[in-house]
Design a binder for this molecule. Structure first.
Ligand code: PNS
Length: 161
């Protein structure tokens, strides 16, 4: 069975992430959405909250699991016996950062391959950071994130003003 890992901060999950998960779930036997700490980013939701939000969003998928891990991605992958990382690419600006991470992960574990999926054009401008900004300043986030988590983001963003 081919298990792929879709890692990220998911703070919070967006419709762009959900699109990648949906397409990856059709391609691989199993997809593990993995919430990891990105030391460069300040979070809005705790890791546990992010996992809970994603679980709610993907509950209809039979072959998608949601987990979190504190540490190196390649160590988690060894534990799960997976060699496949899925990453979404939105624009050229993502490329350099993703290229660096893919090479670093491959250096840490040469068995690991990163598969890149191009975002759908309609989500190419979307990021968790921009969703947070819009929410914090009272803008409408409908259509940017899954319906079932809008309330949670609006509520949490009020504590960030
Ligand atoms: O959604 P993001 O913030 O672009 O995801 C980045 C993430 C969390 C996948 C990356 O920071 C990560 O892999 N963190 C775990 C630590 C690790 O394995 N680093 C080695 C690759 S440089």
């Amino acid at each position: 069975m081919r298990t792929s890992i879709y890692p990220g901060s998911f703070d919070p999950i967006t419709n762009g992430h959900l699109d990648i998960i949906t397409r990856a779930a059709k391609t691989f036997d199993e997809v593990i959405v993995l919430v990891l700490v990105n030391p460069d980013k300040k979070g809005m939701f705790s890791i546990e909250e992010r996992v809970e939000l994603i679980k709610r969003v993907v509950k209809g998928f039979k072959n998608v699991k949601v987990k979190s891990y504190s540490g190196l991605l390649v160590n988690f992958m060894k534990k799960e016996n997976s060699q496949i990382i899925i990453k979404g690419l939105r624009a050229m600006s993502d490329f350099e950062y993703e290229f660096q991470m893919a090479l670093m992960n491959n250096k840490l574990d040469p068995n690991v391959e990163t598969f890149f999926m191009m975002t759908r054009a309609e989500y190419s401008y979307l990021s968790s950071s921009s969703v947070k900004q819009v929410a914090i300043f009272g803008g409408c986030i409908k259509g940017l994130v899954p319906e079932e988590i809008i309330k949670d983001i609006v509520k949490k963003s009020k504590t960030f003003k």
